[in-house]
Design a protein around this ligand. Structure first.
Ligand code: NAD
Length: 252
C-alpha cells in the first residue's frame, strides 16, 4: 500500500497499538509520513512488532508503556512523546476492551469500573493531556475508537461496554464543540465486526458468523480498513469534519 495523505512532520500517539486496530492505525499513520508513539500496557512484544513494521518501511516510531486508565501513566506517556519528538499533533484513543462478558444482574462493581476506565476515562485522560499542546499550536486531531455496540446496546453480556462507547460518542461531540474554535477536530469511528484478537477473547465463532450473515457486505472488516479511516481523519482532507461518529461496519 502507498501513502494517500501527507502526514509528514506530524506526531501521532496511538493508545493500545500493540495489536489489532491500534497497530494498523499506527502503521497506516506512519506510512503516510507521521512519526508514531506506539503505546501499550502489557503487550510489549506486540508493540515492538508494530515499531519494527514501521521501521521496516523507513518510518519513525517508538514504543512507550503506559496504562492509559491511570493519570500518572498518561502524563508520563505525553512527557516521553515530548522527549522523543518535541510535539504532538494526532491522538488516537484506541485502547478499549469488553473486559468480561457479564449480564447486568451479575456484573460486579469491579468489572463495571474497569470497562468505564479503559473505554471512557482513558479518552478523557489522554485528551486532557494533549489539549494544552493542541491549543497552543491551534491545530490537532483527536480520533476516538468507539463501537457500533453504542447504537445497539451491547448483546450477550456487553452492556457496560456499549454504555461506555455511547458515552465516548457524547464526549466526542462535546469536545468537538469545546475545541473547534482552536481548529482542533474531534471525531469517533464506530466499527462493526473487525477481525482482531478482540474476538478471540470475546466472541464465539458461531455468533460471529451470525453477525457476518446479518451484515449487508457479508464479511467482517479488517484492521487495515479502520487504519485507513484513521489516517483520513488525521489528514488535511478531513479538516472540516468534526463532532462526528462515523460507522465502518459493512452496512449493519
Ligand atoms: P485488541 O484487543 O487487539 O486491542 C485493544 C488494545 O488495547 C490491546 O492491545 C490492549 O493491550 C490495549 N489496552 C487495553 N487496556 C489498555 C490500557 N489500560 N492501556 C493501554 N492499552 C490498553 O482489539 P481491537 O479490536 O484492535 O480493539 C481496538 C479498539 O477497537 C477498542 O477500543 C475496541 O473496543 C474497538 N472496537 C473493536 C471492534 C472489533 O470488532 N474488533 C469493534 C468495535 C470497536
Amino acid at each position: 500500500m502507498t501513502a494517500q495523505y501527507d502526514l509528514r512532520g506530524k506526531i501521532a500517539v496511538v493508545t493500545g497499538a500493540g495489536s489489532g486496530i491500534g497497530r494498523s492505525s499506527a502503521i497506516t499513520l506512519a506510512r503516510n509520513g507521521a512519526a508514531v508513539v506506539v503505546n501499550y500496557k502489557d503487550n510489549e512484544r506486540g508493540a515492538a512488532e508494530t515499531v519494527s513494521e514501521i521501521q521496516a518501511m523507513r518510518g519513525n516510531a517508538v514504543k512507550v508503556q503506559a496504562d492509559v486508565t491511570k493519570r500518572e501513566d498518561v502524563m508520563r506517556l505525553m512527557a516521553e512523546t515530548m522527549d522523543n519528538f518535541g510535539r504532538v499533533d494526532i491522538l488516537v484513543n484506541n485502547a478499549g476492551s469488553i473486559v468480561k462478558l457479564m449480564r447486568i444482574e451479575d456484573c460486579t462493581d469491579e468489572v463495571w469500573d474497569a470497562v468505564m476506565d479503559v473505554n471512557l476515562k482513558s479518552a478523557f485522560l489522554c485528551s486532557q493531556a494533549v489539549i494544552p499542546y493542541f491549543k497552543e499550536q491551534r491545530s490537532g486531531r483527536i480520533i476516538n475508537i468507539s463501537s457500533l455496540a453504542a447504537q445497539l446496546g451491547g448483546r450477550g453480556g456487553s452492556i457496560p461496554y456499549a454504555t461506555a462507547k455511547a458515552a465516548l460518542n457524547v464526549f466526542t461531540k462535546g469536545l468537538a464543540n469545546e475545541l473547534g474554535p482552536y481548529s482542533i477536530t474531534v471525531n469517533a469511528i464506530a466499527p462493526g465486526i473487525i477481525l482482531t484478537p478482540f474476538h478471540d477473547r470475546f466472541s464465539r465463532p458461531d455468533r460471529l458468523q451470525e453477525v457476518i450473515n446479518a451484515t449487508p457486505l457479508q464479511r467482517a472488516g479488517s484492521p487495515e480498513e479502520v487504519g485507513g479511516f484513521v489516517a483520513f481523519l488525521a489528514s488535511n482532507e478531513a479538516g472540516f469534519i468534526t463532532g462526528e461518529v462515523l460507522g465502518i461496519d459493512g452496512g449493519r
